[in-house]
Design a protein around this ligand. Structure first.
Ligand SMILES: *Cc1c(COP(=O)(O)O)cnc(C)c1O
Length: 463
């Protein structure tokens, strides 16, 4: 059949609308949605025919075509941004929205979303209040800081801290710590864009206190440390002790600041995570200002926290660009609720999902993997095996958490095809491919996720 003959056989939209099965779709959805789904489908067919690789035209009155149109309409009704299942084994996955929130934090967001709030009203005096007051005391209580302020994210926290303390002056930083976080957040560029002048010292693998000391001159304002979040230099290495740097900063009347990235409020060593220092200990060592994220190991919403010396924070609070970096009320509500879960009578390891996933005993993960394998019986070749999960979000790149995976093999589908199909499910499931096998890591999957995973695999078709 020639291309032209095939094109002529494509029906008009009006004709399709008269078919009983399509009329039923109009009754169920709306005429506009059906017309637009038909238009998309016919245009796609037309392109295939013109490209010369047309298969037979579908039976436009038949079940398969109608189902295709129905799927397209349902897809169109779904939000673009929507829940997925994280079966990657990376707990704080930046592409998957990082930390999921505790029920208390979700409730707090709902409350302030639905009602007017005292965001910037002091209820005691009736005068204007500050949005930053709602969490400052909590942060101070949990970290031992004199003062604190929260902004949009940790990147904003770093920018504000530098703008507020080192504009036009020198910031001394170690060559081994000038990191790129991802998404083009490179510390050297951020320092430059904040109006400060970067003075690099030391070597990639070794930097000593004397390197910092030798770099100090009358233009120096800040000594900066940064968490080498997503890499580790091993072997012949040295970095100065915080206490020594703190003494050096004090002797020269400089500010010692540290970009922590993740920032943990409780010791996670009992769960095998020994490389992540607790914020309170860092401040105790004499660091003047620390910056950390709200949605990494803290387990809250996107936010950036700056904690430390009161005189410096007071300056940041009146910075002319603070408003451009400020936190919104929904995040603020979720942050306050999350921080409260770190205090009695709560147990943060029980209530905060990120910490719960980090600390869950591996036997429990294994039991959940076995339960999923049982539920998947008959849907392919299923196997359970030990694996390594990671905290993610730039924390602890080399420390893994024991976990279990469920591997799924479907006859006639490669791992890649199966992964694509699971991403296309109504609740998309995101796993990882290892040696041509699709693996679902169960440390990041909850009991409530399991039925959705089963549905996604049952409905998986090559497309
Ligand atoms: C993640 C990270 C940041 C950026 O934090 P956001 O909250 O994503 O802005 C900054 N510095 C370090 C060291 C990080 O790990």
């Amino acid at each position: 059949m020639t291309v032209n003959t095939q094109l002529r056989q494509l029906p008009q939209i009006e004709a399709l609308l008269g078919l009983p099965a399509i009329a039923a779709l109009i009754a169920e959805f709306s005429r506009d949605e059906v017309v637009s789904a038909l238009r998309l489908t016919l245009a796609k067919l037309r392109r295939t025919i013109v490209a010369g690789d047309a298969a037979d035209l579908p039976d436009f009155a038949g079940h398969i075509f109608t189902t295709q149109i129905r799927d397209l309409i349902t897809q169109g009704r779904r939000s673009n941004l929507r829940p997925v299942i994280n079966a990657t084994g990376i707990i704080i996955h930046t592409n998957l929205g990082r930390a999921r929130l505790a029920p208390e934090a979700i409730q707090a967001m709902q409350d302030v979303a639905a009602h007017p709030t005292n965001l910037e009203l002091n209820l005691r005096t009736g005068k204007r209040g500050s949005r930053y007051d709602h969490v400052e005391a909590l942060i101070c209580d949990l970290t031992g800081a004199q003062a604190a302020i929260v902004v949009n994210n940790c990147a904003a926290a770093v920018v504000l801290s530098l703008m507020g303390t080192a504009m036009g002056r020198k910031v001394v930083a170690s060559r081994g710590e000038l990191v790129e976080i991802g998404g083009s957040f490179r510390l050297p560029d951020v320092i430059a864009q904040s109006g400060a002048i970067l003075k690099e010292v030391g070597a990639t693998n070794k930097t000593r206190v004397s390197d910092y000391a030798n770099a100090i001159d009358q233009d120096t304002a800040v000594l900066m440390k940064s968490h080498t979040s997503n890499f580790k230099i091993i072997g012949f290495t040295a970095a100065p002790d915080r206490r020594d740097l703190a003494k050096l900063a004090k002797d020269h009347d400089l500010i010692l600041m540290e970009d922590l990235g993740s920032g943990v409020l409780i010791d996670l060593a009992p769960y095998g995570l020994t490389d992540e220092p607790v914020v309170a200990d860092i401040l105790k060592a004499g660091v003047d200002l620390v910056m950390f994220s709200g949605d990494k190991l803290l387990g809250g919403p996107q936010a950036g926290i700056i904690a430390g010396r009161a005189d410096i924070i007071t300056g940041l609070k009146s910075h002319p660009l603070l408003r451009a970096l400020r936190i919104d009320k929904l995040s603020l509500a979720a942050l306050e609720a999350t921080l409260r879960l770190y205090r009695a009578p709560h147990d943060p390891l029980e209530r905060i999902p990120v910490l719960k996933m980090v600390s869950e005993p591996v036997a429990q993960v294994q039991a959940r993997a076995a339960a999923l394998a049982d539920m998947l019986e008959g849907l392919g070749a299923i196997s359970v095996a030990p694996s390594a999960a990671y905290v993610g979000g730039g924390s602890l790149p080399q420390q893994d958490l024991q976990s279990y995976t469920v591997a799924v093999d479907r006859a006639g589908m490669t791992a890649q095809v199966l992964a694509n199909a699971l991403r296309g499910a109504p609740v998309p499931v995101i796993g990882r491919i290892h040696q041509d096998q699709l693996l679902l890591d169960i440390r990041t999957v909850t009991d409530a996720d399991l039925p959705f995973i089963v549905d996604a695999i049952r409905q998986a078709r090559p497309s």
